[in-house]
Design a protein around this ligand. Sequence first.
Ligand SMILES: Nc1ncnc2c1ncn2[C@@H]1O[C@H](COP(=O)(O)OP(=O)(O)O)[C@@H](O)[C@H]1O
Ligand SMILES: [Mg+2]
Length: 376
Amino acid sequence: MNSSPSQHILIVDDEAPHLKALCDTLTAHGYATTGFTSARAALAALRKKPCFDLLLTDLMMPEVDGITLLRSALEIDPLLVAVVMTGHGSIDTAVAAMKQGAVDYIAKPFRMSTVLPVISRALATRRLRQENEKLQQSLRARTIELEAANKELETFSYSVSHDLRAPLRAVGGYVQLLIEGLGDRLDDESRVCADHVNVSLARMNTLIDDLLRLARTTRAEMNCAPVDLSAMAHDIVQKLQGEQPSRAVDWIIAPGLATHGDPGLLQVALSNLLTNAWKYSSRLAQSRIEFGQQSQADAPPAFFVRDNGAGFDMKYAHRLFGPFQRLHSEREFPGTGVGLATVQRIIHKHGGRIWAQAAPDQGATFFFTLPPAESP
Ligand SMILES: Nc1ncnc2c1ncn2[C@@H]1O[C@H](COP(=O)(O)OP(=O)(O)O)[C@@H](O)[C@H]1O
Ligand SMILES: [Mg+2]
């Protein structure tokens, strides 16, 4: 006996005795069966209530043949599985039926011992199709959710940039008006207060810029191309050094470092890592900052950015890549704590990994992997 009696087989055969024998035997094996001697009647039943799991049909029938029936049945229920019965040793019609979507065929005359395994295999296919459809449905639902969340994020970024920036500009403007209006009457204490307001405003503006960059990174579409990372690093370093020419830094940039990725996003990532190395080693009379590549035991080589600066305690390393997480105080080193969160998203978008190694006052190394340069 079959263990899942609820599985429903639609049987179509224009030879009534043959149809009855099939229905009886399959019912005896625990299947629910419904038989028709005409394809039209079978289709009408399927249209009325598409509750069948399997269509078992003869191919040679008057009026509507098995292949036409098969095509129409699959249009009504695309997850239906069909097995055809071919007569007269004709393999060609079986092949034609398989091309139209039948999952298997049985050559007439047959014994029930041949039919039963075919039926059970076909029903297993039906279950797989149903599972697959369920997965596809939940995937579609998740995609819709994700799109909604992205839209929300977009709206959020928009309101952050417009709604928050406008009042900030107003505060800055009014402080300026106050200072100018008071002129000589502005005492030193008030001037210090006004300076504090301006510093806080500048910080808030940076925070908004960083937040927007983080949001944009998540949404950004990747436009990948070969990227010369060594050249990119040289450009970034030149800019940093140009802003503070008096700082003594030994820059060691390995030549020929390359990858295949989104140049804009990779520029943001590398710039964040090198700027961090520059910032967190700024207390030293002589800093040493290195950008290179290192082989790994069981993995592709990793790029790294290393400095000999303030470092940090590895016990807090798990917080590094969370937005707004900082391991140093604003007084020690200014920052918003959004940079590494942005870098991590960019590396993950490229299918890579990022991690760090450091010790307090011993410097820090940030390792990351990226696709090989020759990727398509
Ligand atoms: N090269 C580095 N050396 C020491 N600490 C670092 C380094 N890079 C990042 N960090 C630590 O990780 C935190 C997060 O970095 P990041 O997201 O770039 O934010 P920010 O630089 O704005 O503080 C920093 O506040 C700092 O404590
Ligand atoms: Mg930073």
